[in-house]
Design a protein around this ligand. Structure first.
Ligand code: UD1
Length: 385
């Protein structure tokens, strides 16, 4: 069997790493080998957004890089399709495997089906219901086209059922990202916070801030266009951080390239850079981020993946979004996260609550570190009906 799997952007890397390990393990123990080709679309191209993850997560270099780079959504999707079609015609795989919700999965699932190749979506069935979110469009298309839909939780399987996807196409295999978390927990705990600050700070603040104590700092990531592309949204968030979080505890902010550009455009970067209790860091590697997550008092984020990691680690998480495709991570379902949108009033109330909350790690069903093996087994055992 020949499988082509695809990655494009940062959140894909932690999902593909365990899948590649599962193939390796299968090939060591079976005569019936799986041939695997890894394709990187090149959407994320910085060392910090891409290469660092390959190294830390021991992902082999991509066999093929489509070199698509950044651009508008149509440019990214169109260019990926043009290049990926050539790859499929040349390599003729039995399966294309896509993970997560970034632009690559839309482009590659459409191309695979046009070439009449079986397609499997790992992390299928997540729905935010928000069509203004590019990732929601990507999820809908990939799920509509895929032959095998592997879901991270039962709610996602239910979503697919409601959309009329036949039962035999949907398999509940668990959350593949938690495989990566479990594989790296120990390594991450060995890194010191001082080391992380020294090696990743964008300025000199780390030298004067003093010791960062576990459980006594806040951590923030922001990158969604809905939070960072408009000054009237981003500025009040920055004000809240500076005026209300930083006086309480140091704030570590790992800044995505899109967000940094926007802070600069809106004339906010200098103030953020010069605050003495705000540590602005470059995008971090997986292990460094995991370490900070394990020790932060509270996380403020608009990332989907962090919401899931916070649930398993028990870190109180304020999700700066109005909706989520991952309801299983929410407080009302036992998780560690609460939706606060970009309303400063709600962010404030929940921040004050969160800093008092104890860590209560929870482990949703099949978030057990063994998802990748189940995914591979479903692909190998697949029988078209
Ligand atoms: C993408 C994903 C999103 C994911 C996020 C995590 C889609 C639709 N969105 O959004 O689901 O949560 O990644 O990181 O696929 N840039 C760099 N260096 C890079 C990559 C990007 O400087 O290595 C710049 C680009 O030039 C662009 C901006 O960052 O201006 C945004 O990059 P883009 O790939 O459009 O989407 P993300 O916002 O990263």
């Amino acid at each position: 069997m020949k499988i082509i799997s695809v990655v494009g952007a940062r959140p894909n890397f932690m999902k593909i790493a365990p899948f590649i390990k599962a193939i390796k393990k299968h090939n060591e123990n079976n005569g019936n080998k799986v041939e695997h080709i890894l394709v990187h679309t090149g959407q994320h191209y910085d060392d910090r957004m891409s290469r660092a993850f390959f190294e830390q997560l021991e992902i082999p270099d991509a066999d093929i890089n489509l070199g698509v780079g950044s651009g508008s959504h149509a440019e990214q999707v169109g260019n990926t399709m043009i290049e990926f079609e050539k790859v499929l015609r040349e390599n003729k795989p039995d399966w294309v495997v896509v993970v997560g919700d970034v632009n690559a999965i839309l482009a590659c699932s459409v191309t695979a089906k046009k070439e009449n190749i079986l397609c499997c979506h790992i992390e299928a069935g997540l729905r935010s219901g928000d069509m203004a979110m590019p990732e929601e469009v990507n999820r809908l298309v990939a799920d509509r086209l895929s032959d095998l839909l592997l879901t991270p939780d039962r709610m996602s399987s239910e979503n697919l059922k409601k959309e009329g996807v036949p039962d035999n196409k949907v398999k509940f295999t668990g959350n593949i990202m938690i495989d990566t978390l479990e594989n790296n927990r120990e390594k991450a705990s060995e890194i010191s916070i001082e080391e992380i600050l020294r090696d990743n700070s964008v300025n000199e603040t780390w030298k004067s801030i003093g010791k960062i104590t576990p459980d006594k700092f806040a951590l923030m990531t922001l990158h969604r266009p809905s939070n960072v592309d408009r000054k009237e949204i981003l500025e009040p968030i920055v004000r809240f951080m500076i005026d209300e979080v930083c006086p309480e505890m140091p704030l570590i902010w790992t800044v995505h390239p899109r967000t940094r550009k926007m802070l600069d455009n809106f004339g906010l970067l200098e103030e953020v850079m010069s605050h003495k209790n705000l540590l602005l860091l470059e995008p971090l590697g997986y292990l460094e981020m995991l370490k900070l997550n394990m020790q932060a008092r509270v996380i403020l984020t608009d990332s989907g993946g962090l919401q899931e990691e916070c649930t398993v680690l028990g870190t109180p998480c304020l999700t700066l979004r109005w909706n989520t495709e991952r309801p299983i991570t929410l407080r009302e379902h036992g998780g560690a996260s609460v939706l606060v949108g970009n309303s400063i009033k709600t962010i404030r109330e929940e921040f004050l609550e969160a800093v008092k909350k104890p860590r209560i790690p929870i482990r949703p069903e099949l978030w057990d570190g063994k998802t990748a093996e189940r995914c591979l087994k479903e692909i190998i055992d697949y029988k078209a009906i």
